[in-house]
Design a protein around this ligand. Structure first.
Ligand SMILES: C[S@@+](CC[C@H](N)C(=O)[O-])C[C@H]1O[C@@H](n2cnc3c(N)ncnc32)[C@H](O)[C@@H]1O
Length: 306
């Protein structure tokens, strides 16, 4: 932590700056401000006529953006889900959009946000605590099959049914209210199977993705970004697990959403409105050694075609 509060080390910073092909007078949007690790460097490369639009669904991230950049006339800041980007009048004719998905270090490190199984905190996990139910509220009333389905789909948790049953049995006695309570229940239900992973890792990831509708926001955000970009504008997306990366890859290729019913002919392919710039990129060994968060990061860059 420094005087500005808890920080977040930006992932693949040089690759993002290069991929966005920054122009000093350009208009850019960072849909996932976090603590501004990328935004700060984008802004440093903009001239007096450049413009930087910042969004985050987390009010604490937005407060940090206002503190650091609120007085800069080149910057505009919004507390919103990037899926709603098209509702922002200014988010038009963009030269570049960055989406650095997932959670920030300050979110993970603050036990009171309930994202981490290390430490005791309320079982919340909402990036935007002003909206929707917390994980504790959802687990208090979801069907057992629904819980198992979420753990399986978003956490690829093989013991999903066993964990869901344990949760439902436990809540009959008393509500699951804390991160430590859930982590402990999962550990006691499935034991320590993987050497370097806490048994609740997959469960926490799945519940976080579900409660924040992360896989619903992503396609909507990609479509909104495409609508806001001008021809030649660049899209840069960093994802942290294969479910997200698959969505990004298919979107860039212009492939139809996968929910097409079997037996029906594939819809005629429309010309892709995006052109991939290079292949997927991964953090270097030096970066992953310095910042373990970068280990699972995948960066994809694309350009809007005319
Ligand atoms: C990985 S961090 C971004 C870190 C940032 N690039 C930096 O270097 O400081 C992800 C941030 O995106 C935000 N976020 C995730 N999904 C979002 C969405 N759908 N809309 C807006 N913000 C979102 C989270 O609240 C979090 O602050």
């Amino acid at each position: 932590m420094n005087a500005a509060g808890p920080q977040h080390v930006p992932v693949m910073l040089d690759e993002v700056l290069e991929g966005l092909d920054l122009k000093p007078e350009g208009r850019y949007l960072d849909g996932t401000f976090g603590r501004g690790g990328h935004a700060r460097e984008v802004l440093a490369r903009l001239g007096p006529r450049g413009r930087l639009l910042l969004m985050d669904r987390d009010p604490e991230a937005v407060a940090s953006a206002v503190r650091e950049f609120g007085a800069d006339p080149r910057v505009a800041i919004r507390h919103a889900n990037f899926a709603t980007m098209t509702q922002w009048e200014e988010a038009r004719e963009l030269d570049g959009v960055l989406l650095d998905l997932g959670v920030s270090s300050p979110q993970l490190d603050d036990a009171s946000r309930g994202f981490s199984f290390q430490g005791e905190g309320p079982l919340d996990m909402r990036m935007d605590p002003t909206r929707g139910p917390s994980v504790a509220e959802w687990l208090a009333c979801a069907e057992e099959t629904e819980i198992a389905d979420v753990l399986w789909r978003y956490g690829e948790e093989r013991m999903s049914r066993r964990i869901a049953r344990a949760i439902v049995e436990r809540r009959r006695l008393h509500p699951l209210a804390t991160t430590a309570g859930l982590a402990d229940l999962v550990a006691r239900t499935i034991g320590y199977r993987e050497r370097s992973k806490h048994p609740a890792t997959r469960t926490f990831q799945a519940l976080r993705i579900h409660i924040n509708d992360e896989l619903g926001a992503l396609p909507a955000g990609l479509a909104a970004a495409l609508a806001g970009l001008k021809p030649g504008g660049r899209l840069a997306v960093i994802s942290f697990h294969s479910l997200e990366d698959r969505i990004v890859k298919q979107f860039i290729r212009g492939e139809p959403a996968p929910a097409v019913r079997r037996g029906l002919p594939a819809p005629a392919a429309a010309p892709a409105p995006l052109r991939a710039i290079g292949k997927a990129r991964f953090a270097t060994a030096a970066e992953t050694a310095a910042n373990p968060r970068a280990r699972s990061a995948v960066l994809r860059i694309a350009e809007k075609t005319a």
